[in-house]
Design a protein around this ligand. Structure first.
Ligand SMILES: C[S@@+](CC[C@H](N)C(=O)[O-])C[C@H]1O[C@@H](n2cnc3c(N)ncnc32)[C@H](O)[C@@H]1O
Length: 245
């Protein structure tokens, strides 16, 4: 039987669980969010970060926005915790000057593809923040050409709902900083259950920083990894904390 979009959202939590262990991106986001009284998670997906914050005793205001209905349905399964969930893109953010902190975890920023979309999203995130509010996000550094690793990756087997699934990836194109990747999920016998097509933008550092400034941000801290190391010619990520100007 084919996988539903709800299955795909549930599989994401199996393949990419939130793990706030020292030195990980999840730890940096968790620590950053815990320091504020209100947190907006943009591209919140299945809500893992916000769930984790509440489970860690966070008592402030939490909101999550994501355009993927199945992911949001999964996020909302946690009816025991108070989070404002909104279906929409970053550019659609409805809040104005309400949050001390905004986040885009696990490279959600790379889902912003067109120049206008990136710029409109940054402006909307800036608009949702209070004066002095801060925005933490990461984007893979184009110099590391991560898509070449994905194209070479061995298929991944996983157990899901009593079935063995096999996930594999192929790169359809990598053109002008936009990578299109096909993710195929199959049964062990090769029967295809789901095919997903993701586009990811790889933005260079000067353009990223210019657009942050245009949107009304000042880059406060910028790292090449989640242990707060500098950006070098080997860095695989650009991790940014930007403050409202
Ligand atoms: C790799 S997932 C990360 C999910 C979540 N932040 C996490 O850490 O588990 C990227 C998310 O970005 C969302 N997304 C795609 N386009 C978006 C947009 N234009 N604005 C905001 N989020 C978007 C996707 O639906 C997806 O849930």
């Amino acid at each position: 039987m084919d996988l539903t979009e709800d299955d795909v959202a549930a599989i994401y939590d199996v393949t990419d669980p939130w793990r706030a262990e020292p030195g990980t991106s999840d730890a940096l986001y968790t620590e950053f969010a815990m320091s504020a009284q209100s947190v907006l998670d943009v591209g919140c997906g299945t809500g893992q970060m916000l769930h984790c914050l509440r489970d860690n005793g966070y008592t402030g205001r939490l909101a999550g926005i994501d355009p993927d209905a199945a992911s949001l349905r999964r996020a909302q399964r946690r009816a025991d915790i108070a989070v404002e969930w909104v279906e929409g893109t970053a550019a659609d953010i409805p809040w104005k000057q309400e949050f001390e902190v905004a986040t885009m975890a696990n490279n959600a920023f790379q889902c912003l593809i067109e120049d206008d979309e990136v710029r409109a999203s940054l402006t909307a995130i800036r608009g949702a923040l209070t004066d002095g509010g801060r925005f933490l996000f990461e984007t893979r550094h184009p110099q590391a050409r991560a898509w070449e690793d994905w194209a070479a990756a061995e298929p991944r087997r996983l157990d899901f709902a009593g079935r063995v699934l096999v996930m594999s990836w192929e790169i359809e194109s990598a053109v002008d900083g936009v990578v299109t990747m096909i993710e195929t999920t199959s049964q062990e016998d090769g029967t295809v259950l789901h095919v997903g097509r993701d586009r990811l933008r790889f933005l260079d550092l000067p353009t990223l920083n210019a657009w942050l400034e245009d949107a009304g941000f000042v880059v406060e801290e910028q790292y090449g990894d989640f242990r707060r190391g500098p950006i070098t010619s080997d860095s695989r990520s650009i991790v940014t904390i930007a403050r409202t100007a």
